[in-house]
Structure formats: C-alpha cells, structure tokens
Design a protein around this ligand. Structure first.
Ligand code: TXA
Ligand code: MG
Length: 331
C-alpha cells in the first residue's frame, strides 16, 4: 500500500454521501480509520477474515490479541454475539451508544482473527455520529482496534493516525479530535460474576449500579499475568522513555542534574525547574481527554525522558492511572 487518503467530515452531522467512498473500501476488504468518542479506531469488516488479517499486518499486532467489534444498531448483534443475556441488555440500555465494551460468546459469522481464536467476542456501540454513520453505510459490523502501531500511544486525532499508520492503511476519516480520550471500559460478561478487564470512562461503580457486584481482579497491570489476551503490559506507550510516579518533582530535578532534556506532565507549575512542563487538569475526565494528545506532542520533541506525575490512587482516576502505568512500563 502507498497512499493513505484523508477524508474530512463534519463530526456532528456527517454527510453520508461523503462517507460512501469509505464504506466502499470497507466492503471491499480494506482498512479505514475513523473517529469514535474514545480514540480513533482502525476499521475492517468483522465478517471478512482477510480484511481482519490486514489489521494485524498494518498494526504489527500479535495475532492472539482479539479486537473489539463496533455496531451501530442492536439489530446488528445477532451477527456478532451468540447470546445476549439480561445483564448485557441492561448495560446496553444504560450506556450505549457509549464507551463500554461487553465480552460475550461470539456468533459463527465473526472472523477468527477478531476473537483471537477464543470463544468470545468484544462488542460495543460507539457514541460518535461519524462512527455510527460509517458502520451503517458499510452495512457490516466493524472490527476496530485503536488506530496505532501495536504498543504505541493511541490516536485521538486524525493527525496522530496519519503519523503512525500513514501508508499502511487505505483511508482516514477525519472527524476532528475525540472527546473521551481513553479507550472504552471492557467488561467480561462471559464469566460470573462479570469482570472488569480494562478500566475506562465508565467506572466499576456505574456498572455495579446496573448489574450488581463485578470482579475487578483483572485490573492489576503491575505484576500479575494479564487476564485478557490483549492486555499486554506495555501498551499505550510513547517512543521516548517514560516514567510515571507520585512525587515526581524530585525525579525531574535529579534527571535535570544529569543533563537530560525532560518533558513533565504534572498538576502545578514549578518555575524553578527548567523543563518542558504541561500542566494537566485536576478533573479525571478532562485529564483523560487530553493525556494522549499531550504525550504525542512531548514524544515529538526528541526529549531524553518524559516524566508523569501519577494522579491519586482513587477510583475516579482508575482508567487514567491504568494507561499511565502502561505508558511507563519497559518493553
Ligand atoms: O475505545 C475503544 O475501545 C477503542 C475504540 C476504537 O473503540 N478500541 C480499542 O480496541 O481500544 P483495542 O483493540 O485497542 O483494545 C481491545 C481491548 C484489548 O484490551 C483486548 O484484549 C480486549 O479489548 N478484548 C477484545 N476482544 C476480547 C475478548 N474476546 N476477550 C477479552 N478481551 C478482549
Ligand atoms: Mg489499542
């Protein structure tokens, strides 16, 4: 593949005529990156094994890492899941379209690559007019992991996608920056009780308010083996060596003394430390919306190191802390 076409589109009221070329590519087995409310996804027809295989090649993704399938309407579900239990119904009613992904037994029509060869599939309905219009125009459920090279930072703008995937995919639908900023919450409904596999914008407490107690054992990225085949420890990482820690000012000062060029993501300005400082919001949702974009910028500056002040160990920061810890892990 050589050229990646970028298609601009209104993110609030997308023109279906403009999306036709993207839908044609998808139906023909090609790859199209598109905006969701969380991050940009790299879409392929989830029912076409060859199209799905192209995702793995383009991303350099390990083949045992399953992919989330995106639907636009509940009537798409029989082609994706083999079972739609009451818990799924209740959660979809409350959170879809939205950043909650449900893991359930997969339908026979789903391509093997999507499931990683396992018995389940992850499915969600994204809350983004462009994503929904594109899925409907394509007429098939779309398998779509985040549109970045495997292990690298997730893209929250078309520019990020182009930087990582330009020349490797057919098209990018540019609907502007994404709103939520971190990937969806992933909940495994194929086990009982349901289990959180990846924290996201929708919190465990919000889920428990709908279906009762869920397991959170999955969320221990530091040392234990990871429960979801795709939850590789080092994920979402800048190319620049990155460290995330509480009380990071001392570490910044130490690296400065060693003559390093530092980028620092933190909550307050320290004018006496001459580093490229990005002051982040104290609100978890506002922080999540910006964190990947800021890391992308710092990653472009050819710094020796990126240091991130870890937000407090509180449930409202669960998703952000999860991504930051992964960003700071050695490969
Ligand atoms: O917000 C999002 O979820 C974005 C946008 C594009 O929708 N997508 C995304 O996809 O982050 P990806 O492929 O980068 O992450 C998929 C996550 C991984 O942690 C993977 O392990 C998990 O979902 N997953 C997918 N299928 C699964 C399955 N059958 N069982 C368990 N985990 C699964
Ligand atoms: Mg990803």
């Amino acid at each position: 593949m050589n050229e990646t076409h970028v298609l601009r589109i209104d993110s609030v009221d997308p023109d279906v005529g403009v999306l036709k070329s993207a839908a044609d590519i998808l139906r023909a087995g090609g790859l199209v990156a598109f905006p969701t409310e969380t991050v940009y996804g790299l879409g392929a027809n989830a029912l076409d094994p060859l199209a799905v295989a192209r995702i793995f090649v383009a991303k350099g993704r390990p083949v045992n890492n399953p992919i989330i399938v995106h639907v636009a309407d509940l009537t798409d579900l029989p082609r994706v899941v083999a079972d739609w239990p009451p818990a799924a119904q209740k959660l979809a009613k409350r959170f879809w379209p939205g950043p909650l992904t449900l893991v359930l037994p997969h339908a026979a029509s789903i391509a093997d690559g999507v499931t990683g060869g396992g018995p389940t599939v992850a499915v969600r309905m994204p809350a983004h007019p462009v994503a929904l219009a594109l899925i409907r125009a394509a007429g098939v459920p779309l398998a779509a992991p985040s549109a970045n090279r495997s292990g690298e930072l997730s893209p929250t703008s078309a520019k990020h996608v182009l930087r990582g995937m330009g020349g490797r995919i057919d098209m990018i639908v540019d609907g502007g920056p994404t709103q939520v900023g971190v990937e969806s919450t992933v909940l495994d409904l194929s086990v009982s009780p349901a289990r959180l596999l990846r924290p996201g914008h929708i919190t465990p407490a919000e889920i428990e308010a709908v279906i009762g107690r869920i397991g959170r054992a999955g969320v221990v990225p530091e040392s234990k083996p990871l429960p979801s085949p795709g939850l590789l420890a080092r994920h979402y990482a800048p190319r620049t060596p990155t460290e995330c820690l509480a009380g990071s000012a001392a570490r910044v000062a130490e690296c400065l003394r060693q003559g390093e060029k530092i980028g620092w993501l933190t909550f307050e300005a320290w004018p006496e430390l001459p580093v490229m400082t990005v002051i982040m919001p104290n609100d978890p949702a506002a922080y999540a919306a910006r964190v990947y974009a800021e890391l992308h910028v710092l990653d472009e500056l050819e710094l020796d190191r990126i240091i991130v002040e870890l937000p407090p160990d509180e449930e409202c920061w669960l998703a952000v802390r999860d991504r930051l810890k992964r960003a700071g892990m050695k490969s």
